[in-house]
Design a protein around this ligand. Structure first.
Ligand code: FEO
Ligand code: CA
Ligand code: CA
Length: 621
């Protein structure tokens, strides 16, 4: 299916060399690994300095049912749940069937990446691209005309079809607006019932992933709870399976193993109630089906007939996103969070190295490698502990039978080796030109409350209702290093209503406060974009914080400025930029009231919006 203009664009083509050179000079000299490792906080000295990274006017908090942007910015809705994206697909209607949903954009948009197409001369086509975007879960209440009670078999299939990944071409017109190209051959829906997934790597074929339906232990139906994402340097999309446990269930009285309990599997799951009609979700009959979810999945957006690869070497947990980078000697390195209270941050290093221009080779990089879990020492140093059979006590004597077992139950291995329990690791982001890595820790009501989640320097606040952002720099500025230095970039808080630790760090003020940082991404200029999934009551300790929002931070000076506030009830999820940085695509997940057009549609609809400057300039600058 690949024609000339569907040739993959690799990462190095997408960086503006002038921009990245400037950033290397600017950030490279200011924050050094040595500084971190010596235990000094670059942040405390830096936050008083001015920022030159951004000049947009900060927006105030809002509780309005609309998208609020800085003066001089505008947006339109690119695509909403139920919009047709495949040829011949039906128009949105709340009464759409499962069959209709198969050709339409899924619900609850989340992580996404833009993949530009090539122009006639083999360069980047600035105005044509493929958007790959996740549909994480569903809003049962709005999905059916009956509000989600007493599901029919077709209702269940509609819900499954509204999950997964949406891949579709987008095109920018003369008015600088991006539109979905509905009839493109590139468009596809990799939904929860799609027969297009292959388990690869060490666990493929292992008894732990064999089921009655698939004795080979390699062919999986569907991807579910696709939360954050990753974009590889070789132009593939990574979709990350998070709360897969919620879809499984079992009859009352079913016994659960310690391994199943460690992943939250239970009789009722999250009350989706799929298992009575879709038997593979019945854990009493098919316990191994759940082992085939919870992986990072690699998709080639340029090849619509390609299979999606579940990468077992990267470990099974509740994956938030995957931040991809390269070590100095060219190994692919992925940083990944496991979003649950008291779970861990992981790192994967590929066995083989990246070869520029050799896409077939690069597409095998995530098949084999080594998995590590992070230990954050209280003195500001840290280490990556290897999760390999035979190392660090991961042996049969301690209940770890094999490398396959360790990968399927990575949580158990990380806990056993003494990795640091974290306050719900959400997104990780790597700076584009300096070896800084940032991770959002969204909140954790059990911190300092449950014995297995004691206070520590990396997670220092009891019950942590506001969340924080941690950062680290690898030793020798090399992502392959097994040691790193870390500090806290920001403690979210409320300086208006709270004092002490709950007021937040010095870079949090009445003008930029927020809670529950979640989505996180660097643009090519090194601006750090922070999205929130927090308490939007605007009351009590959250008074004055308004609806969920998106902020921009200067990773060096520590300055944080509010860029956007979302409509009522929503969470801001997913972010990706056009190559020229003149458009940013942002997800508005589960709006609860009238946005974007409930008067016409009958219900609010999760959507991707495209934001640009009225003067056509670089977004965020
Ligand atoms: Fe799907 Fe942890 O957010
Ligand atoms: Ca999230
Ligand atoms: Ca979240």
């Amino acid at each position: 299916m690949e024609n000339d203009q569907h040739k993959p664009v690799e990462f190095h083509n997408l960086l503006n060399p002038a921009m990245s050179r400037r950033q290397i000079i600017k950030t490279g000299g200011t924050v050094s690994a040595a500084g971190f490792l010596a235990g000094t906080s670059a942040l405390s000295q830096a936050v008083s300095q001015a920022t030159t990274l951004m000049s947009f006017p900060a927006v105030p908090t809002s509780t309005a049912d609309t998208v609020v942007l800085p003066e001089g910015y505008e947006y339109d809705v690119l695509v909403s749940w139920g919009d047709p994206i495949l040829k011949g697909a039906s128009k949105f209607d709340v009464e759409n069937s499962a069959e209709d949903q198969l050709g339409q954009y899924g619900d609850n948009t989340d992580g996404m990446s833009l993949f530009h197409l090539t122009d006639k001369d083999g360069g980047v086509d600035e105005d044509r691209a493929i958007l790959a975007a996740n549909s994480e879960y569903i809003n049962k209440k709005f999905m059916h005309t009956h509000g989600g009670e007493n599901l029919t078999a077709d209702d269940v299939r509609k819900e499954i079809a509204a999950h997964g990944v949406n891949v579709f071409e987008v095109k920018r017109n003369w008015f600088n607006k991006w539109k979905v190209v509905k009839n493109s051959d590139l468009n596809r829906r990799l939904h929860g019932n799609a027969d297009e997934f292959v388990l690869t790597g060490p666990v493929a074929g292992h008894p732990l992933v064999q089921t009655d339906m698939d004795r080979t232990g390699t062919k999986v139906i569907g991807t579910l709870n696709n939360c954050g994402n990753g974009q590889t340097p070789w132009g593939t999309y990574l979709t990350c399976e998070e709360n897969f446990n919620g879809y499984f269930g079992a009859p009352a009285g079913t016994a659960f193993s310690d391994e199943q309990k460690a992943y939250g599997l239970s009789e009722t799951g999250f009350d989706y109630n799929w298992w009575p009609t879709e038997e593979r979700f019945n854990l009493a009959k098919h316990p191994n089906e759940a082992n085939r979810f919870g992986w990072i999945v690699e998709i080639d957006p340029y090849n619509p007939s390609s299979k999606a690869m579940k990468r077992t070497a990267m470990g099974r947990f509740k994956h938030e996103n995957a931040a991809l980078t390269l070590s100095k000697d060219g190994h692919a390195v992925a940083y990944m969070g496991d979003d649950e209270r008291g779970e861990f941050i992981y790192k994967f290093i590929s066995r083989d190295t990246y070869r520029e221009g050799d896409r077939a080779h690069n597409m095998t990089l995530l098949e084999n490698g080594t998995l590590y879990a992070a230990k954050f020492n209280d003195n500001g140093s840290g280490e990556w502990v290897e999760l390999t059979y035979g190392k660090n006590g991961l042996t049969q004597a301690n209940g770890f039978d094999s490398q396959e077992y360790i990968l399927v139950y990575a949580r158990l291995a990380a806990r056993f080796v003494g990795a640091t329990t974290m306050d719900r690791p959400e997104w990780v982001a790597c700076h584009p030109s300096s070896p800084m890595v940032f991770c959002t820790l969204t909140n954790n009501k059990y911190r300092g409350v449950r014995d297995n989640q004691p206070l520590n320097a990396a997670n220092p606040r009891e019950e942590n209702p506001f969340g924080h952002i941690i950062r680290w720099v690898p030793e020798n500025r090399d992502h392959k290093a097994s040691r790193f230095g870390w500090d806290l970039f920001a403690m979210a808080g409320n300086p208006e209503t709270q004092s002490g630790a709950m007021a937040g760090s010095d870079n949090v003020s009445a003008d930029n406060m927020f809670n529950s940082p979640d989505g996180l991404m660097f643009d090519n200029d090194g601006r750090l974009w922070i999205q929130t999934d927090g308490n939007y009551s605007n009351e009590g300790i959250f008074a004055g914080q308004g609806n969920n929002q998106m902020l921009v931070a200067d990773p060096v000076s520590g300055h944080i400025r509010r860029f956007m506030v979302g409509p009522n009830g929503c969470e801001i999820t997913g972010i990706t930029f056009s190559n020229d940085q003149r458009t940013v695509f942002v997800g508005i997940q589960h709006p609860s009231n009238a946005w974007p057009n409930a008067e016409k549609d009958g219900v609010p609809r999760s959507s991707v919006i495209a934001i640009r400057r009225e003067d056509g300039g670089i977004v965020g600058a």
